[in-house]
Design a protein around this ligand. Structure first.
Ligand code: URA
Ligand code: CA
Length: 434
């Protein structure tokens, strides 16, 4: 087989065989296929697309390019959740203990954040003592015992995807549905998921700004998952504004605690119930989505979900008492309200630019090497559709620096106020299953 012939085949819009796709990914991973040929191939895929079968083959070839996590020692169906990324997306912190409280095993491998705000691990590390540097056996034992554990990235997972993503980034081929879908799905499958719930975000703060693009990506990922034997469902949710109120690490932990107590922001609670119901259903712990939702509402009401968070944090060295007393979380030195400059209705809270404001405070990393400040961030006082009066607080700024002029300017630039009444955007646009 010669790479040049396979590039030509794809360039001309013909379908590649399983063996041909395996040849390409194997050769690219071991270096026998150079970057310039892989770049040409990525561009051919960008213009010609891939069939459903080719997408599944590409995904599995990338899974097989490196280590795969074996979770078979954990009892039950392991369901993973993946979000395509948003601002102040506190769902993982809520969902992990929530679904574990109804006996769905949550074996989560997670990462640190880059840009906007922290990743799930950064957020969890706001709890004094909590750590994810546990070995694989301890991880498995903890999931069997408590139904939930989080481990940092281990092993050499999907090296082909890492290399290809870096190449796509500099060859204008990131934005290709088959390449994005196989990239995301390969990582979930290599991390050991039996079933996958996808939260595909759409709106100004999302990777897929357009609803039709988000639907197409969701459909592509759901097909891949089901074609390779992992039951997969997707929810398309709004990221035109941040989810919940809090953006920032300790602030989001506090928000997750509130939500597990039943006192959280309604949008965050609702999205967690929707995603959680799908997880419980795919784990075969309920026979319908309605039953699954009911089970989750019950463990919020009776305190079992909150208790599960405490057990989970303590089991990994964390101070579980933060659940009863969130003032033990890192606190910012300066807390100031940013006031509305005019009367009206909140029309826009541009999520990515609000995320940048939080990053300027130190809640996120500008570069991989940046230190993160766990205490700082923003809490929205108003969301899209809310009425606001001049002088009322729009956003509370939690900062460890006295001068926050740049942050304030960024927030004013991100929050648009209109004279006319504005409707709140829908939270969930669509659900996609096979
Ligand atoms: N996120 C990924 O993991 N892969 C892509 O290709 C795009 C976004
Ligand atoms: Ca939030």
């Amino acid at each position: 087989m010669r790479m040049v012939d396979l590039i030509e085949k794809k360039r001309d819009g013909r379908e590649l065989t399983t063996e041909e796709i395996q040849f390409i990914i194997k050769g690219f991973t071991d270096g026998s296929i150079p970057d310039y040929q892989m770049s040409a191939f990525a561009m051919a895929v960008f213009f010609q697309g891939m069939t459903e079968r080719e997408r599944a083959d590409l995904t599995m070839a990338m899974v097989e390019s490196g280590d795969q996590i074996d979770l078979s020692a954990i009892e039950g169906i392991k369901v993973d959740k993946h979000s395509t990324g948003g601002v102040g997306d506190t769902t993982t912190l809520v969902l992990a203990p929530l679904v574990a409280a109804v006996d769905v095993p949550v074996a989560k491998m997670s990462g640190r954040g880059l840009g906007h705000t922290g990743g799930t691990i950064d957020k969890l590390e706001s709890v004094a003592g909590f750590h994810v540097e546990i070995d694989k056996q301890e991880f498995i034992d903890l999931v069997n015992k408590n139904k939930v554990a989080v481990i940092g990235q281990t092993g050499n997972l999907t090296p082909a995807d890492k290399k290809l993503y870096a190449l796509r980034d500099v060859t204008a081929t990131v934005n290709s549905i088959p390449l994005i879908a196989s990239s995301i799905m390969s990582k979930k499958i290599a991390a050991g998921a039996d079933a996958i719930v996808l939260d595909v975000k759409t709106g100004a703060g999302a990777f897929m700004k357009d609803l039709d693009d988000a639907k197409e990506l969701a459909q592509a990922m759901v097909s891949i998952g089901n074609n390779v034997g992992r039951k997969t469902m997707a929810v398309i949710s709004d990221m035109s504004q941040p989810l919940g109120y809090a953006i920032g690490n300790a602030l989001e932990v506090k928000e997750a605690i509130d939500t597990l107590k039943g006192n959280g922001p309604k949008d965050l609670e609702e999205l967690c119930l929707v995603l959680g119901s799908h997880m419980v259903y795919l784990a075969q712990k309920a026979s319908s989505l309605e039953e699954a939702r009911h089970m989750l509402e019950e463990v919020i009401q009776n305190g079992k979900a909150l208790e599960k968070l405490k057990v989970f944090l303590s089991a990994q060295g964390g101070d579980g008492s933060v659940v009863d007393d969130p003032s033990k979380l890192p606190q910012a030195k300066y807390v100031v309200d940013l006031e509305a400059k005019e009367d009206g209705y909140v029309a826009e809270i541009v999520a990515d630019s609000i995320g940048t404001a939080a990053m300027l405070l130190g809640a996120g990393r500008a570069t991989k090497e940046s230190e993160i400040d766990l205490a700082v961030g923003l809490v929205l006082k108003k969301k899209i559709g809310d009425q606001v009066k001049k002088g009322e607080p729009l956003v509370t700024i939690y900062s460890n620096q006295e001068n926050t002029e740049e942050v304030k300017a960024k927030i004013y630039e991100s929050v648009k106020i209109s004279k006319e009444k504005v409707d709140a955007p829908p939270l969930v646009y669509d659900k996609i299953s096979r």
